[in-house]
Design a protein around this ligand. Sequence first.
Ligand SMILES: [Fe+2]
Ligand SMILES: [Fe+2]
Length: 503
Amino acid sequence: MNQSSRVIDPTGEPGGPVQGLSGRSLHALDRDLSKWGNNLVRKFHVLMRISQIYDSKNAVLLQFMKEVLQTINTLVESEGSLSFKILKDDLFLNEQRLRYSVDGFTSFKYLLSQWKKRVIGEVIFTEPLDEKDLREFIYALIDLKEGEKENAGLLTKRLVEQGISSILATRLEVVEEEEGTVTLHRRDRKEIARNVFFETIGTMKEAITRIKGKQHSDVRKLKRLAQKAVDLVMEDESILLGMATIKNYDEYTFNHSVNVSIYSLAMGRRLGFSRKMLTDLVITGLFHDIGKSKVPREILNKPGALDEEEWNLMRKHPLTGVEIVLNLKELGQINPRMVVGIFDHHLKDDLTGYPKLFKKRRISLFGRIIQISDSYDAMTTPRVYKKKPYTAEQALAIMLKERTNHFDPILLKIFIGIIGIYPIGSLVLLRTGGMGIVYKPHPDPEWADRPQVIVVERDGKGNVGERIVDLAETDEKGCFKQEIVKTLDPYKYHIDITQYLLG
Ligand SMILES: [Fe+2]
Ligand SMILES: [Fe+2]
């Protein structure tokens, strides 16, 4: 390690003398490498693009050369050497997989496709470079013919001929699609998600029944399930979100509470909550309507409008909920934010709603999150008084209209980002005339109109089959293979969406 090396700030600006990367803890090292990697990928992307437009003396090009050079050399000096490797759809910097940042997504995609096209799998910088080395490397890389398997050898040879022996390139490894590895993982997670979902509904039912009968109820099980849900969402948000498209599996309140927890959990994750805080949020979601267990069933399920007295009873449920939760000793330490969240979930941002507040105050964060999840799930679920619920699009449109006085505008924006313009479970009409069910959103919000969909089709023999189609896929000419024309109403087509999502 070179203690005297100057490390530039990963954001790109030269900084003071800092201890070399290898002197840090493993965690800090990983984080640093990841930042450096993102930074390098972004700069390299720009450099490759402008090198294809301008000649080697252009001022902008020279500036970028300098910046990329500085980043590469800093890493080579502190790490000993620098390897940049592509494996399937991932980039590795010195064997560490880079997680791309949202704004870095385009650069990653560009770099991956450009290197893959040229069959380059890895480039290793063994020594610090000078400007000429980098320039030769970039032009040699750009000049490579697409699809030539010998490119890596040709690139290294051309550099050696120029007297550059510090850059080595190797061929792209074609990784055989290991028989369903990825899908198997996803299938495993799906299985776990399904168990967590239905087990939570069942456990909620049990807990509420016991609470109603003033019996001791084992809520520790709910806490364990909440932790499992947190783990699942940390790995893959879309699976549990897909489960939340199940409405009225059992009595409304149980299914609704679980769905509210899932939506809230996804929001909390995007807000960067800790696991502990996410678990608290899930439990708050599960118990937000627990006060309704004291409201007579006839009122809860009344098809018509409620009279004044019935409304008064209904309006008490947040407060009753707080009382019930405070008596659940088994929950362990109940964090005040959970209690306040339950109390606040019908208080609007303009302080209308209920219960009435005597003193003006800001509605708690948990309360504001649950309120959005709660309204959305209620609107998209068939009820006795509204058999045909709102579609996801209609519900979001209504919520957006009310956002100034009812919902926290920033949280609502985050929520819309989660649900997407084509929420999981939407039925869509494709350009080719087929129908698809939205299965997984695209990770880049800018590509929200290109999710993965399950296409249901009949083969020549009339057998119905399903296949997953990625709408971001392009053909050899770079044109999208498929796209969404519009959303369809699943109720009109009598399609049971959940059957496909759970299958
Ligand atoms: Fe409620
Ligand atoms: Fe609710």
